[in-house]
Write a protein that binds this ligand. Structure first.
Ligand code: NAP
Length: 295
């Protein structure tokens, strides 16, 4: 069997077109959803993520409030910017690009963001709401994985999903979302991590395998059941002198071998990646609708 490739770019474009339509309707009511973006320091990868997020906002008609702060910014200075955005009714979502420079406390920053504007879904209040099944902003990468499955007509309900990785931004929230009694859940979920002996004995039982380990070749063909669906969240740089940048991107899955066994698979790049920013836009539009009592 050769797997159908799940095209994350295409699905992300579809969702962005839907959002553009929603933003257009909101503008007719005088509402322009706004995203407050904070970048501290000049890490090149973070800069390029932030630039991509701002460009995506512009493309669907959102307003973005761009705050690039020096790497010497103190915790109280950063908190003051967040407090200003929390109060500003034009800002519906606040995004603090992580990681922060080491002298700043990430957990204090995430706690300081008003949960009603926490479009990354990292504030513990939102995480708690999501876990108990209340209305919450769903974290973007896990939500992106679920949208890829749903929009590819993969049945999550009743499926056995094995998630490899248990980080706070991907594995844990994803596993929680998949087991919720909700249209995007009702799966039977197993989580594997570095202390799991014989991960293959679990993944071989899975209808859906989601790899979020951050290590190339974590999932090889012998670990996959014939016909399983495979979602690869991993983004890893592999040295490659044939590339101008000197590296290429690969996921956590041995794509070439696994695609001969799976029924569907996401590529890297072009799978989960384009969905993450898209779900951030989705949450920002959702937040603007909530703030105006439209949902
Ligand atoms: P992370 O914080 O480093 O967590 C990795 C998780 O994977 C940990 O729970 C770790 O287990 C587990 N793990 C590592 N190696 C493993 C192995 N060989 N076998 C089984 N489990 C293993 O990473 P993250 O932030 O969740 O990100 C995971 C990957 O997704 C990274 O490549 C990252 O770049 C990518 N990512 C992509 C997007 C996107 O938009 N496409 C967004 C976010 C992240 P322990 O807990 O036991 O250490």
């Amino acid at each position: 069997m050769t797997a159908l490739i799940i095209d994350g770019k295409k699905i992300a474009t579809e969702i962005r077109e839907e959002l553009k339509g929603e933003v257009f309707k909101l503008k007719h009511r005088g509402i322009v959803p706004g995203l407050g973006v904070i970048l501290v320091g000049d890490d090149p990868a973070s800069k390029s993520y932030v630039t991509a997020k701002e460009k995506a906002c512009e493309e669907i008609g959102l307003f973005s409030d761009d705050n690039r702060l020096s790497s010497r910014t103190s915790q109280p200075e950063l908190m003051a910017v967040i407090a200003r955005m929390n109060r500003d009714p034009k800002i519906n979502g606040i995004l603090v690009q992580l990681p922060l420079p080491r002298h700043l406390s990430e957990s204090d920053v995430l706690l300081a963001i008003d949960p009603e504007k926490d479009v990354d879904g990292f504030n513990p209040t939102n995480v708690g709401r999501m876990v108990v099944g209340e209305k919450a902003f769903l974290p973007c990468t896990p939500h992106g994985c679920i949208q890829l499955l749903l929009r590819s007509q993969v049945k999550i309900e009743g499926a056995h999903v094995v998630v490899v990785g248990r980080s706070n931004i991907v594995g844990k929230p994803l596993a929680n979302m998949l087991m919720q009694k909700s249209p995007y859940g009702n799966a039977t979920v197993t989580i594997c991590h570095t202390r799991t002996p014989d991960i293959g004995s679990f993944t071989r039982q899975a209808d859906i395998v989601i790899a979020a380990a951050g290590k190339p070749n974590t999932i090889t063909a012998d670990m996959i059941r014939e016909g399983a669906v495979v979602i690869d969240v991993g983004v890893n740089r592999i040295p490659d002198p044939t590339k101008k940048a000197g590296f290429r991107l690969v996921g956590d899955v041995d794509f070439e071998a696994v695609k001969e066994k799976a029924s569907m698979i996401t590529p890297v790049p072009g799978g989960v990646g384009p969905m993450t920013i898209t779900m951030l836009l989705y949450n920002t539009v959702e937040s603007a609708k909530r703030a105006n009592a439209l949902v």
